[in-house]
Design a protein around this ligand. Structure first.
Ligand code: SF4
Length: 206
């Protein structure tokens, strides 16, 4: 194989969680080839190394089967959502899909994880993500700066509460773009939040 690149493959955001059909798994296997290693990441994406010149063809091929393909590494991950166990409407499944489309795969100074929970039980662990969205009845709360890795872990802090659905995508994308523009080198997102302060981020979100 000549030059290779890593791709991130995600299942669609759906009720039931990160589900792959047998056909999709077979398609992934066929698309990446018999020698490829496929890594299961901690953020619900499969990583696979593919020939650079076949990247776009593989992406198109997998997307035809309902899969999503994003850049690996220094980019926003696809939305790490819950299982929407309380029903699509109650948990905002369509909103989560819209949010995923808006945020997945944006190039960022460090890999960025954005979580979504359809209710306050938060089984997708939104407070351990860089940005966590929690649906509270018909409104949304946004938390920032969760860090589960290392020995200095921290929970994300509440940034905005009671956001209406139409404000969710603009606010989350504004936070991501502000981070992109103002991070110092490869500054981690939780360090960035501490340095910038919640108050200043609230103005960006407002
Ligand atoms: S966060 Fe709430 S709606 Fe989503 S899977 Fe967990 S309990 Fe169900």
């Amino acid at each position: 194989m000549g030059e290779t690149t890593k791709i991130a493959i995600s299942a669609a955001i759906q009720a039931g969680g990160s589900l792959f059909t047998p056909e999709q798994l077979a398609k992934i296997s066929a698309a990446v080839g018999a020698d490829a290693k496929i890594e299961m990441t901690t953020f619900k994406q499969l990583y696979a190394e593919v020939p650079l010149e076949r990247r776009d063809a593989i992406k198109e091929d997998l997307e035809r089967y309902g899969l999503e393909v994003y850049p690996a590494g220094f980019a926003t991950k696809s939305l790490i959502a819950c299982n929407f166990c309380k029903g699509a409407e109650e948990t905002g499944l369509d909103t989560a899909r819209t949010l995923n489309k808006a945020i997945a795969g944006i190039e960022t100074p460090t890999p960025l994880k954005i979580g979504y929970a359809g209710c306050a039980l938060g089984t997708s662990e939104p407070l351990l993500k860089d940005i966590g969205v929690v649906k509270m009845r018909d409104r949304f709360d946004i938390y920032v700066g969760g860090e589960p890795k290392g020995l200095k872990t921290s929970f994300a802090k509440l940034l905005v509460s009671g956001l209406t659905e139409d404000r969710l995508v603009p606010v989350v994308t504004a936070i991501i773009h502000f981070y992109k523009a103002h991070a110092k080198g490869k500054e981690k997102f939780n360090k960035f939040v501490d340095r910038i302060s919640l108050e200043q981020l609230q103005q960006i979100a407002g």
